[in-house]
Design a protein. Structure first.
Lengths: 483, 221
């Protein structure tokens, strides 16, 4: 049974949310770095422009009310040093243009503050420029005037620098993200680890291990683990109860049947009236019918119960087959059926050697499984064979090793010289309560093959049903060999 | 044969005792483990029929105690529980066989004899009658000049007759002991098997004679 997966894996969800946050943070980092860099670049350019403008201002001389400016070389060279920028300047005295580029706007236009530099980004002569304007009050013959110097510089260099910084910012962002991916992976794994450990400790258990989980878990998982433990406790109780129930039900059904059957046998033996004896024999057959059905129903319940918690142990199939055959022998004698077992075996008991002929140890067949179930499956096949074959028939049990679909199998076949399965659909026979053709006169519940099929398939094998060539049924159990 | 029946259900016990006595067996009934232990301490039985669910404990307890005290009496367990679960422990504890209730008494007899044969060993399983030897373990009649392998029902019939040579068995008694209730047979069905046995016994000093209206008996001449 597959467990439905809701909302994908917990680890993936955790990883995804961590990565989404990391990506968001990386983008934010990128923008912050870029804007800080732009600010810093602009500030430094502004400082240089201001210094340049101030040095021009400083070189202004006032002599005889005339203003003379000796444009200092340093004033423009400090700008040049930055890069291949074009530099513009304009000197004005109280809005009256004196020198430079007459069109160069002033950053201080409309401002009164006399001594603080003003800045402006503006297009000029088809290029983006950054412009700084400084003013100083000078005394002329017309009185106090403002001498104003504007210095502008194109921005291509700064743009290049910014692009470079952008690339670095992107690299930083990407690096940050990459680091986050690694960290997120580690975090996700360590957060999930207690869950993985719990899963492993639960799934490592054998099917019969219903002890509570004792491993320490994080506090968030304590409710889950305690629910799990309480669930297992209830399961254990319920399993024990159903085992008891099956045994008790068998007891309750069979004891009264036993009383009735025994009394009926006494009547049959003591009565001299043929009619009565015939009636009592019919009665006994009906009792056998219901007891057999009840037995198989209970067996089926028990088989299902045991299959649910199938444990593997090594089974010596030869011994199991021989034991089961020997156990069946008195029943077959009553019907004058000759029961034979063939196949090379590794049997210890001398009595069983006669059943199987001379045995050699080398041909031992071992399978893994539940011996009680395997025995029950074989018993059902034998029971069917003895039930459906007429008196005087032969029933033969064969054990062979064989290869099938690249696997090594042990095949236990039960074949009889009875009427076979007739024209019935052989595939439908192992269905619950299905019975073959020509079985009307015979007591049977139709559960025998179902049990055999369920058992053999739970052991990784298969059930084969066929009509023998010479008439008669042949049913085989194929179990994968363990060695 | 002398049986000990350990069974707590009195109604069932009474019926089983009555049924076994019809076959000429002597049966003691113990309703619990304590009584059963008392009986086995004083009396020697040919076979113990043991129920599993008993008022003063589990029949398996009695079984293992009985085996520890070197009690060698064969034990056939009668269980009403699921065959699937009980089987292995029962045989491990030393039960010779087990049957699930309700019991077919012809089958019980067949199982008893199977147990006896298994336990008897080669010497005890070899019966001498006149110039004939009979190996019940392998089911062979050893005549002076040849060995004959008997079919199961011929074997049973011969065993029944040879147990008490000279004793007359009615047709119906023989049918009871040879056929299970699965088959709808008349008393005359036994004639087929009598005829077959007679054919096998030709040339030996053993023969089966018919007493009209009474039945058959085995005679050694």
């Amino acid at each position: 049974m597959r467990t439905p997966v809701a909302h994908g894996s917990l680890r993936r969800r955790l990883l995804m949310s961590l990565l989404a946050s990391a990506a968001l943070l990386a983008v934010v980092v990128y923008f912050v770095v870029q804007s800080v860099a732009r600010q810093v670049a602009q500030d430094s350019q502004d400082n240089v422009l201001t210094a340049s403008a101030l040095s021009i201002l400083d070189s202004a001389r006032l002599s005889n009310g005339e203003i003379s400016i000796d444009l200092p070389y340093s004033a423009l060279s400090m700008l040049d040093s930055l890069s291949d920028e074009r530099v513009f300047y304009a000197i004005r005295l109280e809005r009256v243009f004196l020198s430079g580029y007459a069109d160069l706007p002033s950053a201080a236009a409309g401002r009164d503050a006399p001594n603080t530099p003003a800045y402006l980004s503006t297009p000029f002569l088809g290029e983006e420029v950054r412009l700084a304007t400084v003013r100083r009050r000078v005394s002329t013959d017309q009185g106090q005037r403002f001498l104003e110097v504007s210095v502008a510089q194109t921005l291509s260099g700064q743009k290049q620098a910014l692009a470079r910084i952008s690339r670095s910012a992107m690299a930083i962002g990407a690096g940050f993200f990459l680091l986050s991916v690694i960290l997120a992976g580690i975090i996700a794994r360590s957060a999930i680890r207690p869950l993985d450990r719990l899963t492993a400790s639960v799934s490592r258990r054998g099917p019969k291990d219903l002890r509570p989980v004792a491993a320490p878990v994080p506090s968030e998982m304590v409710p889950l683990v305690s629910s799990l433990n309480s669930f297992m406790r209830r399961l254990k109780q319920s399993l024990l109860r159903s085992e008891d129930f099956i045994a008790e039900a068998a007891h309750r059904v069979r004891t009264p049947l036993a009383v009735v059957r025994t009394k009926a046998e006494v009547v049959e033996r003591t009565s001299t009236d043929p009619e009565t004896r015939k009636a009592v024999r019919d009665m006994i057959r009906a009792i056998d019918d219901s007891s057999r059905t009840a037995g198989q129903l209970l067996d089926h319940a028990m088989v299902t119960f045991r299959l649910d918690q199938l444990t593997g142990e090594e089974i010596n199939l030869h011994r199991l087959v021989a034991d089961t055959v020997e156990r069946m022998r008195p029943t077959t004698e009553l019907k004058d059926i000759t029961l034979t077992a063939t196949g090379k075996t590794a049997l210890g008991k001398a009595a069983l050697d006669t059943a199987f002929g001379n045995a050699t140890d080398t041909d031992a067949a071992f399978i893994m499984g539940d011996p009680i179930l395997v025995q029950n499956a074989l018993h059902n096949l034998l029971d069917n064979a003895v039930k459906y074959a007429p008196a005087g028939a032969d029933v033969d049990v064969t054990l062979k090793r064989m290869s099938l679909d690249n696997g090594q199998y042990a095949r236990v076949s039960v074949s009889d010289t009875g009427p076979g399965f007739g024209d019935a659909d052989l595939g439908l026979l192992p269905k619950r309560f299905a019975r073959g053709a020509n079985t009307q006169a015979i007591v049977g519940s139709g559960l025998g093959l179902t049990i055999a099929k369920e058992v053999v398939e739970a052991h990784g094998g298969r059930l084969q049903i066929a009509n023998s060539q010479g008439g008669g049924a042949c049913v085989s159990l194929l179990f994968p060999l363990s060695c | 044969m002398r049986f000990l029946l350990v069974e707590d259900n009195t109604e069932l016990a009474a019926a089983v005792v009555e049924r076994l006595m019809l076959d000429g067996h002597v049966v003691d009934h113990a309703p619990d483990i304590q009584t059963a232990s008392d009986f086995t301490a004083t009396t020697s039985y040919d076979l113990i029929l043991l129920d599993i669910m008993l008022p003063d404990g589990d029949g398996r307890t009695f079984l293992s105690r009985h085996r520890q005290q070197t009690g060698s009496t064969p034990v056939i367990v009668l269980t009403a529980r699921s065959e699937v679960t009980d089987r292995v422990t029962l045989l491990d504890l030393g039960a010779d066989d087990y049957m699930v209730k309700p019991v077919d008494f012809s089958e019980l007899e067949a199982r008893c004899r199977a147990v006896m044969r298994r336990r008897g060993g080669v010497a005890q399983n070899l019966l001498r009658l006149g110039d004939l030897r009979f190996d019940s373990l392998s089911g062979t009649l050893k005549l002076p000049d040849q060995d004959i392998q008997l079919r199961p029902r011929e074997l049973r019939l011969f065993e029944v007759l040879a147990q008490t040579p000279g004793h007359v068995f009615s047709k119906s008694t023989l049918v009871e002991r040879l056929f299970s209730y699965d088959e709808d047979v008349t008393d005359n069905a036994i004639e087929v098997y009598i005829a077959r046995l007679r054919r096998h016994l030709e040339g030996s000093s053993v023969r089966i004679t018919t007493l009209r209206g009474l039945g058959y008996k085995l005679e050694v001449t």
